[in-house]
Design a protein around this ligand. Structure first.
Ligand SMILES: NC(=O)c1ccc[n+]([C@@H]2O[C@H](COP(=O)([O-])OP(=O)(O)OC[C@H]3O[C@@H](n4cnc5c(N)ncnc54)[C@H](O)[C@@H]3O)[C@@H](O)[C@H]2O)c1
Length: 258
């Protein structure tokens, strides 16, 4: 898909990987709607990038009405949605049993699944409904592209990551059947599985945790840059033959148990 003059929705666009994706897409001539809970950061991003190119909607991705009304707002303001990038997510850490041997409260597990997995499906399905109305575009006659954010934890989750890893494994499993469901409509579905990226989510972890994570990265021996994520998203959006796949973006890291 030619990106210039298209419309994207980026969830979690007020911070980190989502924020870098907003910057990257706007730089390529895409109008971007940011769906995030963080109003202050979202509004200041719109002030910075311009209200003609961006729109902020306070959205809880787990809430059907919240997402449906934000999608309506994007359609009213920009007239169509061609690209969806699901970046909203949380990364809680908790072991199945704590130090005293008590089981993890179920709410900890279900919150991660709810935001990371169910939230992504909630936005993707509602946005796909609008994408299906687009005129076919380009040589491939495509109507839209959905890019979800998985994680290398979806393949090799560490200790304390059972909830997070299960949510991201769900995202990986989602790409193919969703791409199959939407193939007839001309909508592609892919995911990116980042490794250790330098965002507030990672930079907020204790320094010894950050160091041990970077130690496992093969090359380049540093955290990934949010811009490297945004560049890959831009490529997936513009390359019509990438479909039903999850792409690792991780400097060849394979996560160890801890
Ligand atoms: N940073 C990494 O190293 C890394 C690695 C692998 C995967 N990821 C994934 O990438 C995505 C983005 O991570 P990040 O590092 O940019 O995190 P971040 O914390 O910087 O940004 C996440 C954003 O999501 C928003 N958000 C959280 N819950 C929400 C909800 N219910 N509704 C709407 N918005 C909500 C937050 O307000 C925030 O702006 C996440 O899905 C994360 O799991 C990150």
């Amino acid at each position: 898909m030619e990106l210039n003059n298209k419309v994207a929705v980026v969830t979690g666009g007020a911070s980190g990987l989502g924020r870098a994706t907003v910057d990257g897409l706007v730089a390529q001539g895409v109008k971007v709607a940011i769906f995030d809970l963080n109003e202050e950061a979202g509004n200041s991003l719109v002030a910075e990038l311009g209200a003609d190119k961006t729109l902020f909607q306070t959205v809880d991705v787990t809430n059907e009405e919240s997402v449906a009304s934000a999608v309506d707002q994007v359609m009213a303001q920009f007239g169509a949605i061609h690209i969806l990038v699901n970046c909203a997510g949380i990364a809680p850490a908790a072991k199945v049993l704590d130090r005293e041997g008590n089981a993890m409260p179920l709410s900890k597990f279900s919150t991660a699944i709810n935001i990371n997995l169910i939230g992504s499906f909630n936005v993707a399905s509602k946005v796909a409904e609008q994408m299906a109305k687009n005129e076919p575009m380009g040589e491939a006659l495509e109507r839209g592209v959905i890019i979800n954010t998985a994680s290398v934890a979806g393949y090799e989750g560490q200790m304390g990551q059972s909830a997070y890893a299960a949510s991201k494994g769900g995202i990986i499993a989602l790409s193919l059947p969703m791409a199959r469901d939407l193939a007839k409509t001309g909508i592609r579905v892919n995911a990116v599985a980042p490794g250790i990226m330098g965002t507030p989510m990672l930079l907020g972890m204790p320094e010894n945790v950050q160091e041990s994570l970077v130690a496992n990265i093969q090359f380049p021996k540093r955290m990934g840059l949010p811009k490297e994520f945004a560049d890959l998203v831009g490529h997936i959006a513009s390359n019509a033959y990438i479909n039903g796949e999850t792409i690792r973006l991780d400097g060849a890291i394979r996560m160890q148990p801890r």
